[in-house]
Design a protein. Structure first.
Length: 448
C-alpha cells in the first residue's frame, strides 16, 4: 500500500474508559470527522493531535476499526478509528455531547456508501489486543504513574501515543526526570523484553535498557536515548560501525543461545526454513497473493529454484556456523547512532538461527542510498566490517562463500517470518503484505 501525504476522511469514535459512551456532534448527531493523511503502519501521533485540536480533549488511539482501500489507487480512501479519551467526555468542547454507544446505528460512509456497524466492530474477540479495549489507556496511565514514581523520576508530564496497530502499541512517556518508551506487543511478538534482557547481559551498550515489565499490556518500559536513528544519518562511517557492532554482538551472544531459547525466543533450523519455503511457494500463498502483490511468473521462477535452494541450505549447514541471535528486522530505523556507538531496537521478530541472515534488510533497503552518495562501495565496506568478527571461525574464502549462499536464503528466511508470525496478526494494515513480496523478489535477485 503506498504511503501518501494526501488528506483523507477519518471518522473518530471517542469512547470513555468504560467503552459505553461516545461523542457526537451536538447539532447533526454525527460522529466526529477529521481530515489528515492516512494512518499507515499504526503511526497515530498526528491523528491524536488532530483529534485533540478539534474536540478539545487529549485522546489515545486504540485501534483502526475500518481501513477502506480505493481499488483504483490501492491507497486508503477513509479510515475509522477507535480512541479513548484521556479524561471525561464532558470536558470536550461545547460542539460535542456524550451518548451511549448503543445509540449509534449502522451508517453509510460516502462517497462509496459502504456500511459501517459500530456495535459489530466493537464486539470483543478472543484475539483482541489489550490496547484494543476501552479502559486500556486509563489503566496504562495509572500503571505508568506508579512505575515512574518508583523509578524516582517524579511526576509524569505527558504520555504521547505514537503507534497503535495490530502488532504494537507505542507511547513516549515524559516525566520530570527522564523519558521512556512503553511498547506493547501481542504473542508471538511479545518476546522483545526477554531478548533485550539477555542482550543486556552480553553487550549492554548495544540495546535499550528495560526499566519495567507491563504484564497487563503485554509490554515493557524502556529507556529513551537522545541519539538519532541511522535512517537519518548519511555518514558512511556510522553505517559501517553499525554493521561491525552487530557482528560483534552476534559473536558475543553465541554462548547464550540456549538462554535465549529458554526465554521463549524461537529456534529456526534449516528444516524449519525448508518447511517455510514449501509454505511460501505452496498453497498458503494462493489466498493472499493479490494482497502480497507477487506475480505468477515470479512465483514460478521461485518454484523452479526450489531444488537449488535446498542444495544451498545443505551447503550452508556444512560450514557449521554456530547459531546465534538474529534480529529479524534490522533496518536503519531500528538502529540508534550515538557517541557510544549503535543501539539496536525492536527485537520482536528475533530468533536463534543462522546468524549471517541478519544483515540483508540493512544492506538492501532504500535508506542506504543516502550514505552511498558519499561512498559507492559502502555495502562492501559494511560486509567486510560485519564479517570481521567471524573470521576466527572460518577462513576468508569459506566465509565469503557462506555469505554468498546466505543472501537468497536470508530473503526466504525473512519471508517465512512474515508469513508465519506477522501476517496472521494483520486485519486492516494490509500494506504489510508488500514486505513479503519485497523479500521474495530479493530471493530472486540474489539467487545467482
Amino acid at each position: 500500500m503506498p504511503e501518501t501525504s494526501q488528506n483523507i476522511r477519518h471518522i473518530i469514535v471517542v469512547v470513555d474508559a468504560s467503552g459505553g459512551k461516545t461523542l457526537i456532534d451536538r447539532g447533526s448527531g454525527a460522529l466526529p470527522e477529521i481530515r489528515t493523511p492516512a494512518v499507515v503502519s499504526g503511526n497515530v501521533a498526528e491523528l491524536c493531535r488532530s483529534v485533540h485540536r478539534q474536540l478539545g480533549i487529549p485522546v489515545y488511539a486504540l485501534r483502526c476499526l475500518r481501513n477502506e482501500i480505493d481499488p483504483a489507487t490501492d491507497a486508503p480512501r477513509h479510515q475509522v478509528h477507535l480512541v479513548e479519551s484521556a479524561g471525561p467526555l464532558d470536558a470536550a468542547s461545547t460542539n460535542w455531547r456524550a451518548v451511549d454507544c448503543s445509540q449509534i446505528r449502522p451508517f453509510a460512509i460516502p462517497p462509496d456508501g459502504s456500511l459501517f456497524d459500530l456495535q459489530h466492530a466493537m464486539q470483543p474477540r478472543p484475539r483482541d489486543r489489550p490496547w484494543w479495549r476501552a479502559g486500556f489507556a486509563q489503566a496504562t496511565r495509572a500503571w505508568l504513574e506508579e512505575t515512574i514514581s518508583s523509578l524516582g523520576a517524579g511526576r509524569i508530564r505527558s504520555v504521547e501515543p505514537l503507534r497503535s496497530w495490530e502488532i504494537a502499541w507505542l507511547a513516549r512517556v515524559t516525566a520530570e526526570h527522564g523519558t521512556w518508551y512503553l511498547k506493547c506487543s501481542p504473542p508471538p511478538l511479545n518476546i522483545e523484553a526477554d531478548v533485550i534482557g539477555r542482550l543486556m547481559l552480553v553487550q549492554p551498550d548495544r540495546v535499550p535498557h528495560v526499566a519495567a515489565r507491563y504484564s497487563a499490556g503485554s509490554g515493557f518500559l524502556m529507556a529513551a536515548y537522545s541519539a538519532p536513528l541511522l535512517s537519518s544519518c548519511d555518514k558512511p562511517a556510522a553505517w559501517v560501525d553499525a554493521a561491525a557492532q552487530f557482528g560483534r554482538l552476534q559473536v558475543a551472544a553465541i554462548g547464550a543461545a540456549q538462554d535465549f531459547l529458554d526465554s521463549g525466543v524461537p529456534l529456526r533450523t534449516s528444516a524449519d526454513l525448508q518447511a517455510g519455503i514449501s509454505d511460501l511457494l505452496g498453497e498458503r500463498i494462493g489466498p493472499i497473493q493479490r494482497l502480497v502483490g507477487i506475480e505468477d511468473d515470479e512465483l514460478d521462477m521461485l518454484r523452479d529454484e526450489r531444488p537449488r535452494f535446498t542444495d544451498m541450505i545443505g551447503e550452508l549447514d556444512r560450514f557449521k556456523f554456530p547459531p546465534s541471535i538474529d534480529h529479524g528486522d534490522l533496518w536503519a530505523p531500528n538502529i540508534l547512532v550515538g557517541a557510544d556507538g549503535p543501539r539496536f531496537l525492536d527485537w520482536s521478530d528475533a530468533s536463534i538461527t543462522q546468524p549471517l541472515f541478519s544483515m540483508l534488510p540493512l544492506l538492501s533497503a532504500g535508506g542506504i542510498t543516502a550514505p552511498m552518495r558519499h561512498d559507492r562501495h559502502l555495502r562492501t565496506h559494511m560486509r567486510q566490517a560485519y564479517l570481521q568478527p567471524w573470521k576466527q571461525l572460518l577462513g576468508r574464502r569459506s566465509l565469503m562463500r557462506a555469505w554468498k549462499i546466505a543472501r537468497p536464503l536470508a530473503a526466504l528466511h525473512f519471508a517465512t517470518i512474515y508469513l508465519d508470525r506477522i501476517l496472521p496478526l494483520i486485519e486492516t494494515e494490509h500494506q504489510v503484505y508488500d514486505t513479503l513480496a519485497w523479500y521474495l523478489r530479493l530471493a530472486l535477485r540474489h539467487r545467482d
